[in-house]
Design a protein around this ligand. Structure first.
Ligand code: KG4
Ligand code: ZN
Length: 340
């Protein structure tokens, strides 16, 4: 049998506050994955400022593209396909990446493939585990999204549930802010939680209606704020580590229990997690423990592939390309692009 020709994708990701460019061979082999984080710039504002994000992407994008080529030891001559995140995300930020991707595709006469950012998070698992194949259940938990999805096949998703209010990462960031921890809050809470007692404070678990795979985190966020205000009013000491550990436990218990239930309902054998919050140590260890108990195979990407990066976007672009999907130069940013 003749070997299929290798396909090398250059992908660009600028949907939020990371300028990232990656070069990936055949959807799973990362040759370079350069990530320029803007966290230090946005930190002083306590969150991402869209206008600042766009400007930083403009400053960085050409340098990061060249870095990605250099690290892969390639030039544009070696690239077969250009992949680009076109949503969801901040429209001004998306447009910087889209314009660059179009310019490369037009200038080099290469196919352009649009990618959904949420789908990208799922595909981080294909890069991590080269043998992973659909079907499986995936929990996507990031700063902007919380989705429980049955991945039937590449490009074929059954959305079982999503958040009705805040995303999981958003809840981490807001609670961290109320504890004056800084931005982004997820990693800081994760670190403090390790030193705290997860049973110290009985925060609510929002399971919603029987059988629902949706999530809600705004009630929990209010409960934490109320706890902090009441404690201050009564002059009681606030043990930040205990608040972090108890809050985190409330979030991850619901995430894990609903994911296991969803896997059972679909008869899936494998569970994968994705998105920035999938980097959370508490979530990784509780999910691992429950998957072991219940007999599911558990997959999780390296932390660098959990948070925003272009390698995961290149992976989606590769599979979309194989299915014949092409974008043209009219491609626009879609801030509220949906999955599925
Ligand atoms: O996937 P991502 O980089 O960007 C979005 O697409 O939203 O996710 C960023 C989110 C932030 O809310 C951040 O606080 C959270 O992921 N995050 C974490 C951890 N690392 C990042 N949350 C909990 N524990 C972590 N270790
Ligand atoms: Zn993301």
């Amino acid at each position: 049998m003749t070997k299929q020709k290798d396909i090398t994708v250059l992908a660009i990701e600028t949907s939020c506050d990371e300028t990232s460019v990656a070069i990936v061979k055949n959807g799973r082999e990362v040759l370079s994955n350069i990530i320029a984080s803007q966290i230090d710039v946005h930190k002083k504002f306590g969150g991402v400022v869209p206008e600042v994000a766009s400007r930083k992407h403009i400053e960085n994008i050409n340098i990061i593209i060249q870095d990605a080529l250099d690290e892969a030891n390639m030039t544009f001559d070696n690239i077969d396909v250009v992949g680009i995140t076109y949503g969801p995300g901040l429209v001004g930020a998306l447009l910087v990446g889209i314009s660059s991707a179009k310019a490369i595709a037009f200038g080099r006469n290469l196919p352009l493939v649009g990618v959904n950012h949420i789908e990208g998070h799922i595909y981080a698992n294909f890069i991590e585990d080269k043998s992973l194949e659909p079907p499986f259940i995936t929990l996507i938990v990031s700063g902007g999204h919380t989705h429980l999805v049955y991945v039937e096949d590449y490009g074929k998703y059954d959305i079982l549930g999503k958040t009705r209010d805040d995303a999981a990462g958003e809840a981490f960031d807001k609670v961290a802010r109320s504890l004056n921890l800084g931005y982004p809050g997820g990693p800081l809470i994760d670190k403090l939680a390790k030193k705290g007692d997860k049973e110290a404070i009985d925060f609510p678990r929002a399971y919603l209606e029987e059988g629902s795979f949706d999530f809600s985190f705004s009630g929990l966020k209010s409960a934490v704020l109320n706890y902090l205000n009441n404690s201050k009013q009564k002059g009681q000491e606030i043990i930040v580590e205990d608040v972090a550990a108890s809050f985190q436990q409330s979030v991850i218990e619901v995430l894990v229990n609903k994911t296991i239930k969803a896997a059972k309902s679909k008869g899936a054998k494998t569970i994968a997690i994705a998105g920035g919050v999938a980097a959370n140590e508490g979530l990784r260890s509780l999910m691992k423990e429950k998957c072991n108990q219940e007999g599911f195979d558990f997959k999780y990407p390296a932390k660098i592939l959990c948070t925003d990066n272009a390698a995961m976007i290149a992976s989606v672009a590769y599979y979309n390309y194989l299915r014949g999907e092409r974008a043209n130069l009219e491609l626009n940013g879609v801030p509220n692009l949906k999955l599925g």
